[in-house]
Design a protein around this ligand. Structure first.
Ligand SMILES: [Zn+2]
Length: 420
């Protein structure tokens, strides 16, 4: 199948060196005006000025689609908790009335309420729900997401979540990369004994996950009251020895040492980092760890404090942006909302934010070699937006400007014309 995407007002290729983009390179977008992209068998064959792409011998044989908008690599959302049974509407209402997170927990809300609901949920229901959510990601221009477990917290339910991801992934064009986050919290059965719970995860859950090839990454919530830096380090190292690449929830609620653990365990990304200090930024740069920032959760919680994106960029740490889509702190699947929050609240430039949501997001999933840019040889994962200037994606908020999402050269989402 040969496809020519023509009449592109602005094409953002993000062509550049291999590896995540840091410092000044984070703001380089590889802009081409009046462009076209030629794709064959799911890969990009040529991308650049339209008159040059049209000279390619395959161009004459291609099916032509008029973009009439701007084109960039489809978003790579490298941090989601997209498998959950129910929205937390009661928690939300309580929070609007000023009830604290501890207060919400005391009333039976919070993460443990999500755990109870996931444990009860039928597998088929979990799959169909995830498929509906997959459509929403595609509709907003995202073609690859990471999906974490972490609402099961026992062998049966954690495996049920991973199997649901696998089943759903075979029925949608959205690519879903699974992460085991059994170390999200200590479940009630192990209350007060995080060490015993982690041993259970390593002895019972991880071997089954590895045997079934059900996850690519292992993640842990390194935070006071959850898992200590020492526990996180030995847990992630044990997972790595079994083939699961580390990721870490680090410095989200306090400065606790998670970033350092990420560096020491060779994590592909350290995520949240609201309370990272200058020494963490130096460590992350030396360790080559991508900093994944999740400003929509700060927005949703109404926090005034956001991660210091400018400090990471100044410190030459590659920054990725993700939705953190989850029922408690970020019920948002639209990466365009994340772009807005990143520019408005973290003072990232539109160019830096778009880089963070595409190629750097891909690197946060170890997928930067085949997705996240538009250049010959790479997977044809791209999105077309109804705009004349790429900055509109960061400027309009609460909107969806996407009209076409292409995954591996095939249409994954197409906005229907209102008038046929
Ligand atoms: Zn998270």
């Amino acid at each position: 199948m040969i496809l020519l995407l023509a009449n592109i007002k602005q094409l953002l290729t993000f062509r550049g060196p291999s590896g995540p983009r840091a410092g000044r390179a984070q703001g380089e977008i590889g802009l081409v005006k009046n462009a076209a992209v030629l794709m064959k068998n799911g890969r990009v064959t040529a991308a650049g000025k339209e008159r040059e792409v049209l000279r390619h011998p395959l161009a004459k044989k291609a099916r032509v689609v008029e973009a009439n908008g701007i084109v960039l690599p489809a978003f790579v959302d490298s941090h989601t908790h997209a498998v959950f049974a129910e929205p937390r509407l009661r928690d939300f209402s309580l929070r609007t009335q000023g009830v604290s997170y501890a207060g919400i927990r005391a009333r039976g809300g919070g993460i443990i309420s999500s755990v109870k609901a996931v444990r009860r949920q039928a597998p088929a229901n979990m799959v169909s729900q995830l498929l509906e959510r997959a459509e929403r990601f595609l509709e907003c221009g995202t073609a690859t997401i990471e999906v974490k477990t972490g609402y099961g917290l026992d062998k049966k339910s954690e495996l049920k979540m991973l199997e649901a991801v696998r089943a759903a992934a075979s029925r949608t064009r959205l690519e879903m990369v699974p992460t085991l986050l059994a170390a999200h919290a200590v479940p009630p059965e192990f209350k007060g004994d995080s060490g015993k719970y982690l041993r259970y995860v390593l002895d019972e859950i991880v071997p089954a996950v590895v045997a079934g090839d059900l996850a690519q990454f292992a993640d842990i919530f390194c935070e006071r009251g959850y898992f200590t830096p020492e526990e996180s380090r030995s847990y992630l190292n044990a997972c790595l020895r079994r083939g699961l690449v580390p990721k870490i929830h680090a410095e989200q609620l306090s400065n606790y040492g998670g970033a350092w653990v990420g560096v020491k365990t060779g994590a592909v990304s350290a995520d949240h980092l609201d309370y990272a200090l200058p020494r963490d930024i130096r460590d992350l740069r030396r360790g080559g760890v991508v900093a994944t920032l999740l400003p929509v959760s700060n927005f949703f919680l109404g926090l005034s404090r956001y991660p210091d994106a400018r400090a990471f960029i100044a410190g030459c740490v590659p920054v990725a942006l993700a939705t953190d889509f989850n029922p408690g702190t970020a019920p948002c699947w639209n990466m365009q909302m994340v772009l807005s929050a990143a520019c408005t609240h973290m003072k990232m430039t539109p160019e830096e934010a778009l880089c963070a949501a595409t190629i750097n997001g891909a690197h946060a999933l170890g997928a930067g070699d085949w997705t996240g840019t538009i250049e010959p040889g790479k997977q044809a994962d791209l999105a077309v937006f109804d705009a004349s200037d790429y900055r509109e994606l960061c400027y309009y908020f609460g909107a969806n400007l996407n009209k076409l999402t292409i995954k591996k050269g095939k249409t994954a989402y197409r906005k229907r014309d209102l008038i046929a």
